[in-house]
Design a protein around this ligand. Structure first.
Ligand code: GAR
Length: 192
């Protein structure tokens, strides 16, 4: 089984969805460690409940983005991680991390890329007035939200949607496609 690490900044619902997919056998892997950059975030509490090791690496205590990435690399090497999943990691990663895990870094983004890259994919889609929104799981490359697309799912934007309602609909799909994307990334690695 794959040894997976997850990076999260927020609620951690995608982290938990990955753990569930592993325990239900939909993903041949184990989440061996969670990294969070915010002490006390929802993801950390979920890790405690699920019995998964969690390391807080607070970006405010790091001198640079590169130093934050180095700390993550050290953590993942110590846990002999095969694949890393950014599940609501709200910091920009640098080539330091990307080059340490070539083809092994997966991100979930709440828009149908290449539309609405960046920090507020859901709000930007609403503001643009699109009637179809969604999510994208992709490999991470140096350009933000622009790596190879692995899996996407679309959802309708419904009358009366606000950011919260639309995001909830998108997240239901994220929880479904993220384990699929991790399996696909692992297949790509096996094929060289
Ligand atoms: C997810 O919807 C993810 O797509 C988004 O953060 C949310 C985290 O939810 N990521 C980004 O916006 C990345 N730019 P979660 O903590 O419940 O998994």
């Amino acid at each position: 089984p794959l040894r997976l690490a997850v990076m999260a900044s927020g609620e951690g619902s995608n982290f938990e969805a990955l753990v569930e997919a592993c325990s239900e056998g939909r993903l041949q892997g184990d989440v061996v460690v969670l990294a969070v950059n915010r002490e006390g975030c929802g993801a950390q509490r979920r890790a405690e409940r699920l019995g998964i090791p969690c390391q807080v690496i607070d970006h405010r205590h790091q001198p640079s983005r590169q130093a934050l990435d180095q700390a993550l690399i050290a953590l993942f090497r110590a846990h002999r991680v095969d694949l890393v999943v950014m599940a609501g990691w709200m910091r920009i990663v640098t080539p330091v991390l990307i080059d340490a895990f070539p083809g092994r870094l997966v991100n979930i983004h709440p828009s149908l890329l290449p539309s609405f890259r960046g920090a507020d994919g859901v709000g930007d889609a609403l503001a643009a007035g699109v009637t179809l929104a969604g999510c994208t799981a992709h490999l991470v490359s140096a350009e933000v939200d622009a790596g190879t697309i692995l899996v996407q799912a679309a959802v309708p934007v419904l009358a009366g949607d606000d950011r919260q309602r639309l995001h909830a609909r998108i997240q239901t799909q994220e929880h479904r496609i993220l384990p699929l994307a991790v399996s696909l990334a692992a297949q790509r690695l096996a094929q060289g």
